[in-house]
Ligand binder design. Structure first.
Ligand code: PDD
Length: 287
């Protein structure tokens, strides 16, 4: 099946989809992005991701490429044209193409808009979740505005590659104080040794995950105790459970960190339950 990408007003064959060499996303990482998961051809947590996309653009003063309504139509159409049933939709908006110069380009420079969609069968993630994944730690060397979802992801790429080279699925980044910030592309959670759920409070040093927010609501509905407070790597090692959340991994149980087994080395009951509840809800509410 041939894939199709949306690029600046046109649906084009994926292999021929291009942007200009002087695009500011390419030259300066001057752009933002979002990722939605797709269930039954519909997007999960739609409003949350759309609102965060607009917040990211506003924070960087990148003009919106079109109205929310039009953008929603194009997102749906991209999913439809790619016949994605279970998978992901990716959107990127950059400050456009202009002669290379650090300050913003002249007013009226149109932003670049790219949308792609691809299939990713849920069965693959379910197989990893059933066994639980390994994580490693990595220094957090990112800038101070990790709450903005920019395409400037080099530190995240280096962290994820380090994880891959050590046979792990994810890297949890650690700040100068020895506290876990978040994963390279996920938010980090533990069930601590006292049985309390913990995830770092969402300041500018982590991304306010949309899946994280949805899981917080589920945790509250389940009557579980949650503290939005940072934790150390040692606390992960002595935790009962660990897991991470994201639009592409949903809720993913982790069973070791830097080779040290977490809990009994199996996906924990709370993580497993939250994954199942999240998937049910995401599928039900997808639009
Ligand atoms: N990553 N933290 C970081 C650094 C992320 O890049 C992501 C998302 C998350 C989880 O956010 P959400 O629940 O809204 O997906 C946390 C996406 C999936 C990616 O880069 O592919």
């Amino acid at each position: 099946m041939s894939r199709v990408a949306y690029v600046n007003g046109q649906y084009v064959p994926h292999g021929q989809a291009t942007v200009h060499i002087e695009d500011r996303g390419f030259q300066f990482s001057d752009g933002v992005y979002e990722v939605w998961s797709v269930f039954d051809g519909r997007m999960a947590d739609f409003d949350g991701h759309m609102t965060r996309l607009h917040r990211s653009m506003d924070e960087l003063r990148i003009p919106a490429p079109m109205s929310r309504e039009s953008l929603t139509r194009v997102l749906h159409e991209t999913v439809r044209r790619n016949r994605v049933n279970e998978g992901l939709v990716y959107i990127q908006v950059t400050r456009g193409a202009a002669r290379r110069d650090h300050p913003f380009p002249p007013e009226g420079t149109p932003p670049t808009l790219v949308i792609t969609a691809r299939s990713l069968p849920l069965s693959k993630g379910n197989a990893s979740a059933a066994k639980g994944v390994a994580i490693v730690t990595h220094p957090d060397i990112r800038w101070g505005r990790c709450d903005i979802k920019t395409v400037g992801l080099l530190p995240n790429v280096l962290a994820k590659q380090a994880a891959k080279e050590k046979g792990a699925a994810e890297a949890w980044m650690v700040d100068d104080m020895g506290l876990v910030t978040e994963g390279s592309s996920t938010n980090a959670w533990i069930v601590d040794k006292d049985g309390k759920l913990r995830t770092r409070d969402a300041q500018s040093n982590i991304l306010r995950g949309i899946t994280r927010a949805a899981v917080i609501k589920l945790v509250e509905a389940e009557g579980l105790e949650l503290e939005e407070r940072a934790f150390t790597v040692d606390e992960v090692k002595t935790a009962r459970e660990a897991f991470y959340t994201s639009a592409s991994g949903y809720v993913m149980p982790a069973v070791s960190i830097d080779g040290v087994v977490i809990g009994d080395g199996k996906p924990g009951p709370i993580a497993t339950k939250l994954r199942s509840k999240y998937l049910d809800q995401a599928r039900r509410d997808a639009i």
